[in-house]
Write a protein that binds this ligand. Structure first.
Ligand SMILES: [Zn+2]
Length: 336
């Protein structure tokens, strides 16, 4: 079985001088990547989207897109006349990846689609995101009979939308690593403020320049016990390559080798707990070379090929994060 991928570049979803642009994907050469196979993606149905988003939000988004191009919030999030269809296609690409993995036709999958999704809340589009592709994909997996699904979000920003969609659903787990003090300002440890959310809604805000070594510790001390405790049937990865140290919007400190390590360990966790079921979804990442290298590193982990060797080591010293890892483990009761 191969690694499947969907590809929805949405060339008409663009806005002058906006970082979330089709050119983000320009350096990606998927035809040169071994062991992967493109699968078709159908647009999401309104019923599939409505498992996450309120019907009124969907109607209003369609109306505002048709009046586009325009900006709908301070992020700024933009829409164009094609954006509603593009967002349905991006959500559908995530759903197609879920279906290919659950029906056994692919061993795992990557949905390379835009617009991204993790900031989109049930009631509003925001943060360059229109529909929440990860939450819609998770709901599809649950509708197909899985008991529990976890999203692990390594985009440099907090996925407030995914967290909001999952907050009151015990079948859905969410873990986010993100740079603290940047957009959207949410994603604090204490947001898991009830017994129901501890161990299930896990936020790890990180200082700038937390890099590959920090993420190695985060993998063993937070991500692994989260997966072992929640025991999902499927891992969905919100893969944001804006966690690269050279991203123009943030400075978290990962390099391509860090994305390779992270992806490899997530694939291993899925093999251990989820019968290998893992799906990556593209979120952010605004430097085309980093996005291409990062996606290739993740695809290599998914398909079992060697990661690309890229000389892009972060030049900054990493800050100490042991105390916050210990506090995170204590808050969520992670002992393993
Ligand atoms: Zn981001």
């Amino acid at each position: 079985m191969t690694t499947a991928y969907t590809h929805i570049p949405s060339p008409n979803h663009r806005f002058p001088d906006h970082p979330e642009r089709p050119e983000r994907l320009d350096a990606l050469r998927l035809e040169q990547v071994a062991g992967i196979e493109q699968i078709p993606a159908a647009p999401a149905s309104l019923e599939q989207v409505a498992r996450v988003h309120h019907p009124r939000m969907i109607e209003q988004l369609e109306a505002v897109c048709l009046q586009g191009p325009g900006v709908i919030d301070y992020a700024p999030t933009y829409v164009t006349p094609t954006s509603f269809a593009d967002a349905l296609n991006a959500a559908g690409a995530a759903i197609s990846a879920v279906r290919a993995v659950l029906d056994g036709s692919a061993r795992n999958a990557f949905s390379i689609a835009r617009p991204p999704g993790h900031h989109a809340e049930p009631g509003r589009a925001m943060g360059f995101c229109l529909f929440n592709n990860a939450a819609i994909a998770a709901q599809e997996a649950l509708a197909l009979g899985l008991k529990r699904v976890a999203v692990i979000d390594f985009d440099v920003h907090h996925g407030n939308g995914t967290q909001a969609a999952f907050a009151d659903d015990p079948r859905c787990g969410y873990l986010s690593t993100h740079q603290q003090g940047i957009y959207p300002g949410t994603g604090w440890l204490e947001e898991a403020d009830s017994a129901d959310k501890r161990g299930r809604i896990v936020n790890l805000p990180l200082p700038a320049h937390t890099g590959n070594n920090g993420f190695e510790r985060i993998l063993s001390q937070v991500i692994t016990p989260f997966v072992h405790t929640f025991r999902p049937d499927l891992l969905i990865i919100s893969a944001g390559y804006d966690a690269h140290w050279r991203d123009p919007l943030a400075s978290l400190g990962l390099s391509t080798a860090g994305f390779a390590l992270l992806s490899q360990r997530l694939v291993e966790l899925a093999a251990e707990i989820c019968r290998g079921r893992i799906i990556f979804l593209l979120e952010g990442g605004y430097h085309p070379d980093n996005v291409a290298n990062g996606i290739r590193a993740s695809l290599a982990a998914l398909s079992g090929h060697p990661a690309p060797e890229i000389a892009d080591t972060c030049p900054y010293n990493e800050p100490e994060i042991e105390a916050r890892l210990a506090r995170t483990r204590e808050w969520h009761g992670f002992t393993g």
